[in-house]
Design a protein around this ligand. Structure first.
Ligand SMILES: [Zn+2]
Length: 149
């Protein structure tokens, strides 16, 4: 990189911080002319396709997962920061697999595993939607499994 003002290559970074969800902001200073400017580094992410239960494809949507989690934690003692942590963990796990496709079921299981350790009620709510419990017995079985731990 060169200074946009004097074209010098002597540039230092004076400040660096995360900006938004996937960009890094750097404040730069030219050592020759002392002018300052800001650059944004965008992290390029592999696009991920979600295979739905019925075989249809849709692009990976973080907000969709977020609203599922939000519904599950409604009126529960789970902070928005915690919800973000869960989202980040889930997304990292999906991306670290290095595959461009994931089944919606698998995403559901990942979220459930996280919720299990955060809030029991939220977990059960989420599980009942994702596993599509057909009967009350399924629901009770899940509850019993939880109680064992
Ligand atoms: Zn300069």
């Amino acid at each position: 990189m060169r200074c946009p003002f004097c074209n010098s290559s002597k540039i230092k970074v004076v400040d660096k911080r995360e900006s938004g969800e996937d960009a890094i902001r750097r404040r730069r200073e030219c050592e020759s002319c002392k002018k300052r400017w800001t650059t944004y580094e965008k992290i390029e992410l592999l696009p991920i396709v979600v295979v739905k239960r019925d075989g249809r494809l849709e692009s990976f949507d973080r907000n969709k997962i977020r609203s599922g989690i939000m519904r599950a934690v409604e009126k529960r003692p789970v902070s928005p920061d915690k919800v973000n942590d869960i989202l980040n963990d889930v997304e990292n796990e999906i991306r670290s697999r290095g595959k461009s496709e994931i089944k919606s079921r698998e995403i559901g299981e990942l979220v459930m595993n996280k919720l299990k350790n955060v809030d029991e009620v939220a977990y059960i709510r989420f599980a009942s939607v994702y596993r599509q419990f057909k009967a009350v017995e399924d629901f009770e079985k899940e509850l019993k499994e939880l109680k064992k731990k």
